[in-house]
Ligand binder design. Sequence first.
Ligand SMILES: *Cc1c(COP(=O)(O)O)cnc(C)c1O
Length: 411
Amino acid sequence: MATINSSYLKLKAGYLFPEIARRVNTFATNNPDAPIIRLGIGDVTEPLPLACRQAMIKAVEDMGSHESFKGYGPEQGYSWLREKIARHDFEARGCAIEADEIFVSDGSKCDTGNILDIFGNDNTIAVTDPVYPVYVDTNVMAGHTGETNDRGEYGGLVYLPITAENNFTAQIPFEKVDLIYLCFPNNPTGATATREHLAAWVDYARSHGSIIFFDAAYEAFITDPSLPHSIYEIEGARECALEFRSFSKNAGFTGTRCALTVVPKSLKGKAADGSEVSLHSLWNRRQSTKFNGVSYIVQRGAEAVYSEEGQAEVRELVEFYLENATIIRERLTAAGLAVYGGVNAPYVWVKTPHGLSSWDFFDKLLHTCNVVGTPGSGFGAAGEGYFRISAFNSRDNVNEAMRRITEKFKV
Ligand SMILES: *Cc1c(COP(=O)(O)O)cnc(C)c1O
């Protein structure tokens, strides 16, 4: 019989969202008339911008004639899209990123996992706690960890706690780690990073020869002009960081699929013989071999994000979700809860009242208010005692959920 990758057996069986679904389904079966509002999953709710839809409709038509038909495109993405990304997302913010350092993909989720292909198996890996579970699980699958302990932490990973006590910015480790995952604005806590905080990480990475994986999926939600959108706004980051970006959360592409990874040509890793190797050329090789590019139609849709109409529509979408976040923050604060995040970010991170566990608060909110959120402990041991509420929903649902919570849940 063929053997399997036994690292998969170390995974805690997709615990968080299935368990939420199980509890919600049980409740809904027993209370078929309960008007449940889901503020749990991190998916957008508003339709695609018109500019993107029109561009994709035109692209479909392009596929219908010999003159403009497209077969396989460049694995790295079409240059017209890469150029626009370089100009609007990087050059405009003073970041020296060239179009050919941008790799267009079908998602940041896959890229954050796939990137491990080009790194060795002997790196020390640091993640924040709580954390986007994909970073951890992909390292488990790649065989980079041991088993879990009773806190659910995998052996071999360095966990950097982020809590209210350290203002949700991890203490920079004293020991040397080789790979560090950072996500700002943060999922799940909604925390942001100042220029000084990122500069401290870049300093750390450069002095230890570490690589930072910077996940900027939520950069569009930054409205504070003092906050960096890209790690490349920090001097020296070209030598120590790669960056993941996505059209999912700004332009509502979660179901359309387009993202990008920036791998500067100045980024190097070490080979077994001690020589330095370009990570750009390895990633290019990896993508050209295992990936055949994002569909022409979708790339045209992503390109339209950078048109004048597209920019205006994306701004409106982001503002809409940020207003939801403000409503959530204000109403929960009025209900006497301690809330974090939700400014420059679409997630509000709530301290559970009366010392309730994350799951007890989940059950209480579900049963008394019929509102679903995400237990903080599902994102890591240090998330225990916290709860994530997402601003991705309709205004009516947000208002109604907050009305119920303030009415029935006065702390
Ligand atoms: C939503 C999200 C992404 C985007 O993933 P896609 O695969 O591009 O949809 C990336 N990182 C984090 C932390 C996210 O929450």
